[in-house]
Design a protein around this ligand. Structure first.
Ligand code: SF4
Length: 401
């Protein structure tokens, strides 16, 4: 029988390496790294975090997508949503003729155009069990780029459901990865989940666990973020913790600790294992980028520029970490920096829209820190470095020549 499901690539790396390098490589980033992750010209220094940009999961997903294009040159290729949350990368794939299947207003993907003759790429965050089954039924070739770290979370959540534990997932319930993760409970009859976005929501759950009051309020609050028929009195007796891989790790750990405390208060320490399970499912790439930006902030930086998609969860968390300590500008792209006018367009932490700020880089000795989310390619970081120096009238091509 012809193989229609692929999740290990096609062995075409040699064929696509040139295109990947043309589309995402940056000689500026290479040069800054070679100089110890810092570059000074005049009284301006730019420091790069030691870990930033494409993670192993994104590298792999983008590579598979390019390989799929090379492997099936004559076929229509679809992509379920965005491969990763970076507009530049998604635009490159569109330019290669890969058609993005958008979500409808109701939140479901419309696979109406897909036939058995087509190829469908599944993104790095994975798809829900329901969407996977629908695509298998259509009979198209599936190229599955779901990251191994996401698969590990799925296994954990599936085991909670198998053992009668409700999966409490720290994440954003509308995020593709969290939807896919939550859907894993459906592998077992009666599997349940509840998604909590932050510590405030986790505390509401803990209050119910400890006091057993306010169940109706909890149901109303989490109606979109819990499995169908969620009943706090029944579903918060045995809980297992997991998280979207790109959340702020300190918050995920604190939420797990708070739920452990609440379950201990309710059932007592001796019975805790029967009622509570926990496993830190932040991926190592996310953790490394968060740790690296904290180290960067110790280096007396005056301001930080964070580069990455505005809908990228891990990029938003990097920006939030920085904004607690120094002025921070989360930009989607280097084009957000206008050297001629000295302005920068950015999305403030917690906001949904961009704002423009003038004179963001005042004269005098300044150190600008730079980091980038796991879905940001190096060329976008390199262009950002160039534009920051250009804001001070420095042409980096001359400096690095
Ligand atoms: S951020 Fe982590 S889980 Fe997500 S794609 Fe990258 S390595 Fe995989």
């Amino acid at each position: 029988m012809e193989q229609t499901y692929f999740r290990k690539g096609f062995g075409l790396k040699g064929e696509i390496q040139g295109a990947l390098s043309d589309d995402y490589h940056s000689s500026v980033v290479d040069a800054v790294r070679a100089r110890g992750y810092a570059l000074t010209a005049g009284d301006l220094t730019v420091r790069l975090a030691q870990e930033f940009g494409f993670c192993y999961g994104v590298d792999r997903a983008v590579e598979y997508a390019y390989e799929a294009r090379a492997k099936f040159p004559g076929k229509r290729i679809f992509l379920v949503g965005e491969i990763i949350h970076n507009p530049h990368v998604n635009a490159k794939l569109s330019g290669m003729g890969i058609e993005i299947i958008a979500r409808s207003a109701a939140g479901a993907f419309d696979f109406g155009a897909v036939t058995a003759a087509d190829v469908v790429i599944l993104p790095a965050f994975g798809v829900t069990r329901e969407d996977f089954e629908r695509l298998r039924t259509l009979g198209s070739v599936l190229v599955d780029t779901t990251c191994g770290s996401v698969l590990n979370v799925w296994k954990r959540v599936e085991s909670y459901a198998r053992d009668g534990f409700t999966a409490i997932i720290h994440g954003k319930y509308q995020h593709e990865e969290t939807r896919a993760t939550a859907s894993q409970v459906s592998e077992h009859a009666g599997g349940r989940y509840l998604v909590v976005r932050d510590m405030d929501e986790a505390r509401l759950v803990c209050e119910f666990i400890e006091r057993g009051e306010g169940g109706d309020g909890l149901k109303a609050r989490f109606c979109a973020a819990a499995s169908d028929g969620f009943e706090p009195a029944r579903d918060l007796v045995r809980v297992g913790i997991a998280n979207q891989t790109t959340m702020l790790s300190t918050e995920s750990l604190a939420i797990a600790a708070e739920l452990r405390r609440a379950m201990t208060a309710r059932f007592g320490p001796a019975a805790l294992a029967e009622h509570f399970r926990s496993f830190d499912t932040i991926c190592s790439a996310t953790q490394d980028r968060q740790d690296a930006v904290l180290r960067l902030l110790q280096d007396s930086v005056d301001v930080v520029v964070v580069v990455g998609g505005y809908n990228s969860s891990n990029t938003n968390h990097l920006a939030a970490l920085c904004a607690e300590r120094v002025p921070t500008y989360h930009i989607q792209d280097a084009a957000c920096i206008a050297p001629e006018s000295g302005a920068i367009r950015h999305k403030p932490v917690g906001a949904h829209a961009e704002v423009e700020v003038r004179d963001w880089l005042p004269p005098g000795r300044r150190v600008v820190g730079i980091t980038a989310g796991a879905s940001t390619p190096n060329n976008k970081v390199g262009e950002t470095v160039e534009r920051i120096f250009a804001t001070r009238g420095v042409d980096l091509s001359e400096t690095l020549a």
